[in-house]
Design a protein around this ligand. Structure first.
Ligand code: COA
Length: 197
């Protein structure tokens, strides 16, 4: 999958130049430091709490197994964002990928999330996926706006679906993007290159 798009890649954002590269075992400590600075509320969309070293090391194992591809956004040597593509080729949804993304508080609102989402989206297209999904707590306005601008649409609302550390429950919204349908429409309009990476 990573042959389709080569990394590292450098992108200029309002937060300065950001390097995008695939996450590997050597990044474990830097990603842990990044995750531990994030507000825990911003981690509720994830199945596990990535600010715990055990969870992070399981994540790296999944990367090495090839089940997960994570892209890091790095600024001045520090991890400031992470975009992940999760697939399960042995399930009934081998054509579906889930995107998970988070950016550090100090660089939010400066285009890092948009660039990271585009890179992660390109990874998914390169992997030949037909449908993408993304989920977040309903109060994550920036995340919802960002993914809607990429063509994702609300597909489900899961009430009281996650419980935070204080015991409060939050709703989760699931957005989906039928990439294959969009690709077919583009081709019908004679624009096959428009959705390629
Ligand atoms: C979602 C997230 C990754 C966006 O990162 P970011 O670096 O701040 O994003 P950007 O600065 O590139 O902004 C991207 C878009 O988000 C929207 N946005 C950004 N900040 C916003 C805000 N405060 N309110 C509403 N929309 C906002 C805008 O539509 C913006 O588009 P623009 O480029 O046209 O301005 C970041 O807010 C985050 O980590 N949230 C917590 C984790 C989470 O919930 N992730 C979603 C699960 S996938």
């Amino acid at each position: 999958m990573s042959e389709a798009r080569s990394y590292p890649r450098h992108v200029k954002t309002d937060a300065g130049e950001i390097e995008f590269r695939m996450m590997a075992r050597a990044d474990e400590a830097a990603v842990l430091a990044f995750a531990q600075k994030l507000p825990t509320h911003d981690l509720l969309f994830l199945p596990r709490n990535i600010s715990q070293p055990k969870v992070l090391s399981a994540w790296v194992n999944e990367i090495e197994r090839g089940a997960i591809n994570s892209l890091l956004a790095v600024k001045g040597g520090a991890v400031v964002g992470c975009g992940t593509l999760v697939r399960d080729p042995h399930s009934w949804s081998p054509h579906v990928g889930e995107i998970r993304m988070v950016v550090s508080l100090d660089v939010r609102g400066q285009g890092v999330g948009r660039a990271l989402s585009q890179e992660t989206f390109a990874l998914a297209l390169g992997a030949g996926l037909e449908k993408l999904s993304v989920q977040m707590t309903v109060d994550q306005q920036a995340a919802i706006a960002l993914f809607e601008s990429l063509g994702f649409k609300a597909e489900a609302l899961l009430r009281d679906h996650v419980r935070d550390v204080d015991g409060r429950k939050h709703d989760i919204v699931v957005l989906g993007h039928n990439v294959a349908q969009v690709r077919a429409q583009m081709e019908a309009y004679g624009l096959p290159g428009a959705v390629q990476h």
